[in-house]
Design a protein around this ligand. Structure first.
Ligand code: ADP
Ligand code: ADP
Length: 232
């Protein structure tokens, strides 16, 4: 059973003359433990696809399945719970809470998912250690570099042990050195069996994937297997 499955997935914006098919009939399966990279020109629908797969956005048609359950037709309430627990998001611009410290940013997701403050703090500290930021736990995001902020965001994405981590241009705002840090972190996650889907323009990030999908005008136009990993 794939962790993530899409069937004839569609998203339209606008009406009449201005109608745009941002995602125009996508089928995909991501197997447990697989890392999939998605590349394609700006505006081809990569972010929209990721948002549909992660329940941040509702499709205009088609189906999304997560760990065997159909999720595109869930209530807002059920979707919100799913986004907090079953899916980890990493955004290009980090989306950290600026008034919270690194450890508070990471533990917040666990608190919202109903963990006790003690457990949430312990897990947050463990994850900051895992991403190499144990010594920055009490820093505010404004005191961290871009690469460090993104590592905090990755720790936050992992805290509820999501079935899949969806990353949208995770190194798009980072310099080359920070990109390599985040790259190594994704490689570690991959080695640990985390299922990952990464939208990226960076060929080095894409090269860490098991499979590379290329998107154009709302559809997947090419798929390349990069390793002999598991098949979906
Ligand atoms: P990518 O991530 O590949 O750059 P996007 O998924 O952001 O592409 O966008 C795909 C297309 O959908 C683009 O033409 C974009 O302008 C359009 N689009 C994205 N979001 C919206 C929106 N909320 N309203 C209208 N059009 C949108
Ligand atoms: P980035 O440039 O990092 O991809 P954007 O500001 O374009 O980030 O945000 C991407 C989309 O995700 C936006 O439509 C935003 O509303 C949505 N978004 C960002 N953070 C969250 C979140 N925590 N929960 C739900 N939606 C979010």
């Amino acid at each position: 059973m794939p962790v993530l499955r899409a069937r004839d997935l569609r998203k339209e914006y606008g009406r009449g003359e201005g109608r745009l098919f941002a995602v125009d009939g996508v089928d995909l399966d991501v197997a447990a433990g697989e890392t999939v990279a998605v590349m394609g020109p700006s505006g081809c629908g990569k972010s929209t696809l990721l948002h549909l797969l992660g329940g941040l956005d509702r499709p205009s048609g088609g189906e999304v399945w997560l760990a065997g359950d159909r999720i595109d037709d869930l209530s807002e309430r059920a979707l919100a719970r799913l986004r907090r627990t079953a899916i980890g998001f990493v955004f290009q611009s980090f989306h950290l809470m600026e008034e919270l410290t690194a450890v508070e940013n990471v533990e917040l997701s666990a608190l919202l998912a109903g963990r006790s403050p003690r457990t949430a703090r312990r897990k947050a500290e463990e994850l900051l250690e895992r991403v190499g930021l144990a010594d920055r736990a009490r820093f505010l995001p404004s005191a961290l570099s871009g690469g460090q902020r993104q590592r905090v965001a990755v720790a936050r994405a992992l805290i509820n042990e999501p079935a899949v981590v969806l990353a949208d241009e995770p190194t798009g705002n980072l310099d080359s050195a920070a990109t390599l840090d985040v790259l190594r972190l994704f490689e570690d996650l991959h080695a640990a069996g985390q299922t990952l889907m990464i939208v990226t323009h960076d060929a080095r990030i894409a090269a860490t994937a098991d499979r590379l999908m290329t998107m154009r005008d709302g559809v997947l136009v090419d798929e390349t297997r990069l390793t002999g990993g598991t098949t979906g």
